[in-house]
Design a protein around this ligand. Structure first.
Ligand code: PEP
Ligand code: MN
Length: 336
């Protein structure tokens, strides 16, 4: 429920409404606006009887929000959120960021070499999986804690913040010690225990869209993190399952402007997992930025033909440098 106050309502009237909401056993979150204050009501399990609220002095309107997300929605938080990762700001009005690196950290030398390569080409963040959510158990599962340490060391060596996946609630503490941005993979978008645990830390989270998730489910998943107190969340579109098999997934680019309408959270796009095919990554990376993405996540490998995972969609250093130059060419169009 959202209580919209009259534009002439003063602080005393806002306070009285907050007290009335709290007396009902619910939480009230005032949202000051340039014209008027709104008060978000949280903690209700179903429809809230608004009869004791709507006639209070200063109340203009009571809106019942039927969506499964509130804190994530623009109704509750009209201004764009900016998420800080290391010293980098991600979100509307900021230069879009590029996170690049291998699918998986394959060794100390491997990740350091990749870090140097992507840094030289102008990447803003280093990506790399240490805990890998592979489809089957017989493929490379990642170097786990060892990989995390190699990734953190490589990031430090070249001066790039790192983003890496966390798969289980038990590992949130460990991954948060090393990572600047914690990634929730598509397969874990609805791992609610993991989402809640991430809501309790004070590090930003990159939440990927589940491969069969609707936008409503995607935003409701983010709501779990915000509800626990962590509002530093970036959403990431990475392609969805459709009837089409020519590409690994179908990149749903319309969600970029759609999410900007529905939510205040920044959105990134992963054209690598969305297409599964190296040649398609640069055009879709650029399309994502033109559609308004606040950043992209791109897989890059020094020798893609030898990659332990996702070689066919990984860019070479040369391919990545070319893409970075092309992205630079979009800067005046994108307004930075
Ligand atoms: C990844 O980014 O390493 C990854 C596994 O992606 P997704 O969860 O989108 O499949
Ligand atoms: Mn991958």
């Amino acid at each position: 429920m959202l209580i919209v106050m009259h534009h002439k309502a003063g602080q005393k009237q806002v306070d009285a409404v907050v007290r009335a909401v709290e007396a009902m056993g619910l939480q009230a979150a005032p949202i000051p606006g340039s014209e008027r204050t709104a008060i978000g009501v949280l903690g209700n399990k179903g429809y809230v009887d608004d009869s004791t609220i709507r006639d209070l002095p200063g109340v203009q309107e009571v809106i019942h929000v039927s969506k499964p997300y509130k804190l994530v929605s623009r109704d509750f938080h009209p201004r764009n959120s900016i998420v800080k990762v290391g010293n980098i700001e991600i979100g509307a009005g900021r230069r879009p960021v590029v996170a690049a690196g291998p699918c998986a950290v394959e060794g100390e030398e491997h990740i350091l070499r990749t870090a140097k390569g992507v840094k030289a080409a102008g990447a803003d963040l280093l990506r790399g999986g240490a805990f890998k959510p592979r489809t089957g158990p017989h493929t490379f599962q990642g170097l786990k804690e060892e990989g995390l340490k190699y990734l953190a060391a490589a990031g430090k060596a070249v001066g790039l913040p790192i983003v890496t996946e966390v798969m289980s609630p038990d590992n949130v503490g460990l991954v948060a010690e090393h990572a600047d941005l914690l990634q929730v993979g598509a397969r874990n978008m609805q791992n609610f225990d993991l989402l809640r645990e991430l809501g309790r830390i004070r590090k930003p989270v990159l939440l990927k869209r589940g491969m069969s998730a609707t936008i409503e489910e995607f935003l409701a998943a983010a709501e779990y993190i915000l509800t626990e107190g962590n509002s530093q969340v970036i959403l990431c579109e990475r392609g969805i399952r459709t009837f089409e098999t020519a590409t690994r997934n179908t990149l749903d680019l319309a969600v970029v402007p759609l999410i900007a309408e529905l939510s205040h959270l920044p959105v990134m796009v992963d054209p690598s997992h969305a297409t599964g095919k190296r040649s398609l990554v640069p055009p879709m990376a650029k399309a994502a930025l033109v559609a308004g993405a606040h950043g992209i996540l791109v897989e890059v490998h020094p020798e893609p033909e030898k990659a332990l995972s996702d070689g066919p969609q990984s860019l070479t250093f040369q391919g990545f440098e070319k893409l970075m130059k092309e992205i630079g060419g979009l800067s005046s169009f994108l307004g930075y």
